[in-house]
Design a protein around this ligand. Structure first.
Ligand SMILES: [Zn+2]
Length: 51
């Protein structure tokens, strides 16, 4: 998604929560258009980036 939002937080989970709340506020249409598989892929990617 075309966005330069950078989340920061105290833990990987914290960062993920912030990214999701940003996405649901700012990119609601994008989120809606994503399949569960897409979200799972993004989630896995974030986990590997934040690990
Ligand atoms: Zn954004």
């Amino acid at each position: 998604m075309d966005c330069d939002f950078v989340a920061s937080g105290e833990s990987a989970q914290d960062v993920k929560d912030k990214m999701y709340s940003h996405a649901s506020e700012t990119h609601a249409e994008v989120l809606k258009s994503m399949s569960d598989q897409d979200k799972e892929n993004i989630n896995a990617k974030m986990d590997s980036l934040l690990a």
